[in-house]
Design a protein around this ligand. Structure first.
Ligand code: SF4
Ligand code: SF4
Length: 415
């Protein structure tokens, strides 16, 4: 590795060393409490997938360049040089971590392996070695914000087609703007994915609740966060924040996309407006009696997969359960659940960046957990989980359907 490149990568590393990250790197007791916590290790038994194993590459580099022992007597420590070999090893461990933080729950020091992996990811980005599908999508999202007039015109045209579909399917709500755009002073700015499945059920429910809402021109998903690029993450969020501020909305509801919600609320916020995830909005309508649901419309036993970024990392546990208990009397919990739920294995952008074979192999424990529930439907509240769970159901031949919470609530609506 050229000296110039090495120096600039080491500078990138120094920039990431906040007080909390230093604490995480200095304090691992090698107790092994995190070993069984990682779904990838629990599914494969491969030590390189343990949280402590993944962090070790970064810890050794940190020892070499940032600790007294490493600098003065590297032979007394496990310090390593930054070189191509290190970059290869760290790619393998950084971009196979979903950032689910299950390991952190088990660690007596609360060591955040996801944050440690952010160092590795920023060095890989610096060396132009990150997974390109994620960066390409992140750049595309940013370009939509830069060319906002063209984006808005194209999006408005697509919504004209969807409006027709909503009116045809749900005539009860016809007669008013069923997918409103640019509503000044709306209560809710709904930030969806670009596809109809993320817009139609939410539109139907918000209209049935008599909500004052406006659909965002920008899709929620944040590929900058998946790739671990802070600047791209912020640029992608800023397009939506600017829209919310311009419309002066009271609240921003993020669709069922865990990372988009966590980043907007817990990394970018707080703002003058509130940020919630769609399932929290649906819970409110149910609790306030603003929508009526008929439990006979959804058949079969339902279970719920807590998305890591909504539940463990986002703090939202009860809202989706309230929604599901309102559509069925036959709800069962996965075991374990809530903050101990197993990651689906597709988060952190792995659904896009990692090979299906790897994702299926490292999520065997998830498939076993789903099967043991005996449910006919596994509901979730995250796009990445939805995609990964569908692949798992096929791969492990589980007799079960995957559904979004919002779609089940929309199905149960009494017109
Ligand atoms: S954050 Fe999740 S995927 Fe990453 S090491 Fe911890 S348990 Fe494993
Ligand atoms: S549980 Fe925490 S302290 Fe123990 S090995 Fe894992 S990261 Fe280190």
């Amino acid at each position: 590795m050229e000296q110039n490149e090495k120096s600039s990568l080491l500078k990138l590393m120094s920039d990431q060393l906040s007080r909390s990250v230093r604490m995480y790197l200095d304090n691992c007791a090698r107790c092994g409490a995190c070993v069984e916590a990682c779904h990838a290790y629990a599914s494969t038994g491969e030590a390189r997938y343990t949280a402590v194993g993944r962090a070790q590459n970064i810890r050794r580099l940190y020892e070499n360049y940032h600790t007294i022992t490493g600098k003065a007597a590297p032979w007394l420590s496990e310090a390593v040089e930054l070189d191509e070999l290190w970059m290869d090893k760290v790619y393998e461990t950084a971009f196979t971590c979903t950032g689910c933080r299950r390991c952190m729950v088990f660690c007596p020091f609360g060591i955040d392996t996801q944050q440690i992996q952010t160092i590795a990811k920023s060095l890989l980005i610096g060396a132009d070695l990150e997974p390109k599908p994620l960066t390409v999508r992140a750049k595309d999202s940013i370009a939509k914000g830069v060319n906002s007039e063209a984006t808005r015109a194209k999006f408005a045209k697509q919504m004209d087609q969807l409006r027709q579909e909503v009116v045809e399917r749900w005539t009860a709500e016809a007669g008013k703007d069923v997918i409103p755009l640019d509503v000044q002073g709306a209560n809710v700015l709904y930030v969806s994915m670009a596809e109809a499945h993320s817009i139609l059920p939410a539109a139907r429910i918000m209209n049935a609740a008599g909500e004052s809402w406006s659909l965002s021109y920008y899709e929620a998903v944040n590929f900058g966060a998946f790739v671990g690029n802070r600047s791209m993450t912020e640029q992608i969020c800023q397009r939506i924040i600017h829209e919310a501020e311009t419309l002066k909305v009271k609240e921003m509801a993020i669709c069922e996309c865990g990372t988009a919600f966590r980043v907007m609320k817990h990394v970018m916020g707080p703002f003058d407006f509130n940020v919630i995830t769609l399932v929290q909005l649906l819970e409110r309508y149910i609790k306030q009696g603003r929508i009526k649901l008929d439990k006979s419309k959804v058949r079969g036993r339902i279970t719920y997969h807590d998305p890591c970024q909504i539940a463990r990392n986002g703090g939202v546990y009860e809202a989706p359960r309230t929604c599901l208990r309102a559509v069925t009397d036959d709800f069962v919990e996965l075991q374990p659940n809530r903050c101990l739920n197993w990651c689906c294995g597709g988060g952190g952008g792995l659904v896009i960046a990692a090979e299906p074979e790897f994702r299926m192999k490292t999520s065997k424990i998830k498939a076993e957990q789903l099967k043991a529930s005996g449910a006919d439907i596994v509901a979730t509240a995250c796009e990445m989980c939805y995609a990964q769970l569908n692949e798992l159901v096929d791969e492990y031949e589980l007799d079960m359907k995957v559904e979004f919470v919002s779609n089940l609530v929309a199905q149960a609506l009494v017109d």
